[in-house]
Write a protein that binds this ligand. Sequence first.
Ligand SMILES: NC(=O)c1ccc[n+]([C@@H]2O[C@H](COP(=O)([O-])OP(=O)(O)OC[C@H]3O[C@@H](n4cnc5c(N)ncnc54)[C@H](OP(=O)(O)O)[C@@H]3O)[C@@H](O)[C@H]2O)c1
Length: 255
Amino acid sequence: MAALAQSVLVTGSNRGIGLELVRQLAARPQAPQHIFATCREPDGLSGKALRELAAQHPSIKLVQLDTVSLPSIQRAVQAVQSHLKGQGLNLLINNAGVSSRATLQSVDSQEMLSAFTTNVIGPLQVTKEFLPLLEKAAKGQGKEGLSCSRAAIINVSTKVGSIGLCLGVLEAPMYPYRASKAAQNMMTRCMAAEPKDKGILCTAIHPGWVKTDMGTEKAPLTVENSVRGILTVLASLSQDTTSAFLDWEGNSVPW
Ligand SMILES: NC(=O)c1ccc[n+]([C@@H]2O[C@H](COP(=O)([O-])OP(=O)(O)OC[C@H]3O[C@@H](n4cnc5c(N)ncnc54)[C@H](OP(=O)(O)O)[C@@H]3O)[C@@H](O)[C@H]2O)c1
């Protein structure tokens, strides 16, 4: 199995899909040289599982990163840069996100703002601050076309943010979550259009309905299977799938 990328950064990697992404990346026969596993409290209680995992794999570097705090993002860029020693960052996975089940009757502006802050402004600012490192990776020697091994931004999205599908509104109104992920999808399209000439791929991935704190135990898909699928899809991405919205099995999802 070829290396997916030499360097990968995952946001929100202390639990759920983010933690499993780090676990499976580190376990690959050709693991990335640098796996930047970021979370809000790498030294706190919520970072325990990630610290235990990092202790088994020298490729995992824990980095504090709160995606809604610009100083935290900028400190993370400095930390990553010093590990990379002049190399660029190949793959940025904007995974951190929050859900909300508010209905039209219960929703308030604070909940909307909070979802937009984490699910839209978070990945936007993270991408903006890491862009110079992604651009550096894209310019690396012998790199052509678009791929995760060259330079890529992956935004973890959701089918319930699809305007085209507009799935199960009555069962899952989730106004803040759905609207914020639809906005994140537009950001993916913009980012794919903008850095294309710079050799950076940008794709949105729906991980399925997954058994995590967010997905709950009712979800049909295990986090192991979802992430196995996501990593297979990431390895297949190219010029043809930049600006795409794909699920964990590689199927196209309407925007
Ligand atoms: N599970 C599903 O069924 C499902 C379906 C579709 C899409 N998704 C998407 O998949 C992604 C991961 O979801 P999940 O199921 O793994 O959720 P999860 O188990 O609730 O984990 C969410 C992760 O995001 C982190 N996070 C939240 N706000 C953050 C911030 N400001 N800075 C840094 N990290 C932050 C959390 O960190 P803390 O521990 O510090 O809170 C946690 O690590 C999300 O973008 C979600 O929308 C999930």
